[in-house]
Design a protein around this ligand. Structure first.
Ligand code: CTP
Ligand code: MG
Length: 380
């Protein structure tokens, strides 16, 4: 049976606040929704991931999900339960893991426990015990509540699509906060499996700070450096930092000879311990002849992000007597930020001459040197 992860991201995130709903806000450099999708999309037992978004959230969602295979986005409704139902109808059949976009980290073991338990019950949910003393009352406590048989229920929650649609019909559109409630009121059997503190939902500001702290504790900083040289030959313009820069002479190279992008690519690969540009794109391979170097740079960034890493900053120094870089500096900076999908503040472009000394001083060619700061993730 096929297993679909259905991620609901159609809320407004009013309790957290902020300029955009919480699922589109950046947590450790990547949108919360993206963390949630990436955690499930790479799970071997999950066949597809679908995402439900709110009306008018297309732009934010597309940006957050860029490059991830999530099929067509599904439009949600006013209540969470409406959003889930819309998603279920779009999926149609099979097993489903209904998950909140507001829970960015999902350990793979939880998914395994849920799917195993689904074989014995109509549904399965991850739960955590209640640690605090519980009591009812208002201004004054009235009665203690026995916490021994109480659980906090998390997502993802596993069901069969048809059963859950049926349960929702039985529940008569009641607005439930999760699917286990709906299944129970339809008289179906829901099994509990061990949840995980990593699955805590981001609801209030304090939850956000805790999630940032989790990230900080599980990411290690790495720095990489890159260096590249190309000789002047033939006619300009030259490609520099991903844009054409007018110059009388061109640069010789197997690809488009973009020294700045090559140096940054090597800095990124170096930071991640992934070898160097020549290893990934051998000059002996004819397919890279004349290749646009933004491909190389994008590839290095993708390799880092695919393993859960974050790119914090890149800094490049272009070494040349000519052409003058100053007039092109901000366009180059913007283009590098665009290729790397980073904010412009995370990209620095500098230039220097070598005071007439050496090969750059003799105007025989150009060089570039780059440093990249990344964080490698150990969040699976
Ligand atoms: N959700 C949804 N459709 C809704 C409401 C909520 O898809 N109409 C989603 C949210 O995007 C979130 C999950 O359900 O991923 C859990 O809901 P909650 O934490 O309450 O998120 P919000 O409703 O966005 O936040 P708030 O209640 O603070 O406004
Ligand atoms: Mg809500």
């Amino acid at each position: 049976m096929s297993v679909t992860a259905l991620i609901v991201a159609a809320g407004k995130g009013e309790r957290l606040g902020g300029e955009v709903p919480k699922q589109y806000q950046s947590l450790g450099g990547r949108p919360v929704l993206r963390w949630a999708v990436e955690a499930l999309i790479r799970h071997p037992s999950i066949d597809q991931v679908r995402v439900v978004i709110g009306e008018g959230q297309d732009g934010h969602a597309r940006e957050a999900l860029d490059g991830l295979a999530v099929g067509d986005l599904i439009i949600g409704g006013a209540e969470r339960s409406n959003s889930v139902l819309n998603g279920l109808h779009a999926i149609g059949e099979g097993a489903v893991l209904v998950h909140d976009a507001a829970r960015p980290f999902c350990p793979p073991e939880v998914v395994e426990r849920l799917l195993a338990a689904l074989e014995q019950a109509d549904g399965s949910v991850p739960v955590l015990p209640v640690a605090d003393t519980l009591a009812s009352g208002g201004q004054f406590l009235e009665a203690p509540v026995d916490r021994r048989n109480l659980f906090r229920v998390q997502t993802p929650q596993a069901f069969h699509v048809e059963d859950l649609i049926h349960a929702y019909q039985e529940a008569g559109g009641a607005s439930a906060t999760d699917e286990s409630t709906v299944m129970l009121s339809a008289g179906l059997k829901v099994a509990t499996v061990e949840g995980d503190p990593m699955l805590e939902k981001l609801t209030m500001r304090a939850d956000w700070e805790r999630a940032e702290a989790i990230l900080a504790s599980r990411l290690v900083s790495r720095t990489g450096m890159g260096f590249d040289v190309h000789a002047f030959a033939g006619e300009g313009p030259i490609m520099l930092g991903g844009i054409p820069v007018p110059h009388l002479r061109g640069l010789s190279g197997h690809s488009d000879a973009d020294v700045a992008l090559h140096a940054i690519t090597d800095a990124l690969l170096g930071a991640a311990g992934l070898g160097d540009i020549g290893e990934h794109f051998p000059p002996s391979d004819p397919q890279w002849k004349g290749a646009s170097s933004d491909l190389f740079l994008k590839h290095a960034a993708t390799l880092i992000r695919d393993q859960g890493g974050l790119i914090d900053h890149v800094d490049v120094t272009i070494v040349a007597e000519e052409p003058k870089i100053g007039p092109h500096r901000s366009a180059i900076r913007a283009r590098i930020a665009e290729i790397l999908q980073m904010a412009i503040e995370q990209v620095s472009v500098k230039a220097t001459t070598t005071e007439g000394l050496g090969f750059t001083g003799r105007r025989e060619g150009m060089a570039a040197q780059a440093v990249a700061s990344i964080r490698l993730g150990f969040i699976r």
